[in-house]
Design a protein around this ligand. Sequence first.
Ligand code: NAD
Length: 245
Amino acid sequence: MRLSGKKVVMTAAGAGIGRASALAMAREGATVYATDIDQSALDALAQESPNLICSHLDVTDAAGVANLVRSVPTPDVLFNCAGYVHDGTLLEADDEAWDRSLALNVRAMGRMIETFLPAMIANGGGSIINMATVASSIKGVANRCVYSASKGAVLGLTKSVAADFIQDGIRCNAVCPGTVMTPSLRERMSVGGNFEDAYKQMLKRQPTGQMASPEDIAPTVVYLASEDSKVTTGQFIIVDGGWTL
Ligand code: NAD
């Protein structure tokens, strides 16, 4: 098992890519300290494996993050998965959209890293994995302006942490999926009242003719968590089914 003996702390483990990744890392032998804002999702997840230790966390709650670092062991792997998608152009984004996107997608990720880094450094290092997307500085995507701006910031954060702490044994990489069928995407696709039509439109942008599933992204997270990626840092791993080809 590729993650035997490793301790992972992660956010947004309750659904989608986070849930699939938590399960995949647990299967590979890691002890996963899985957090989410949704307690019922965590209760269900905890049933899946004794390697999953679940606790409630709203990543935007600074006090909650401070409590978490005191209640879990120092991780070998920190997986920052939580994120929010604002749907719309710049002209459709108000202050609330900007504030929520930057608070959840960027500041909360930075706070998780700054909170766990000192102990990880004292422990001899570790792997930080940040959830980004190709809808960022990698690709211009319609109706994802504020989301893309915030995820572009995630890529900058990733490179900076990788550069600043490389001498401390810290690796920091980002995962950049394309379109992944997750509960929140289903919800967004249902908003117009015609899920089938929205699905067809989404599928058109997939050159493979297939939507990705959360389970298609999880192996990349396992790879970045494992020693297989020990010489990889500051990289953006694109898993987008050829969307940016
Ligand atoms: P999702 O949005 O379906 O679910 C994510 C989980 O995050 C839920 O369990 C939810 O309870 C939790 N969450 C929401 N707000 C939270 C908060 N404040 N604190 C803690 N947890 C919170 O999952 P997803 O679509 O797999 O998205 C996960 C990540 O992957 C996000 O960062 C997203 O931007 C990124 N991503 C998704 C896609 C996609 O197509 N689905 C593509 C690229 C990147």
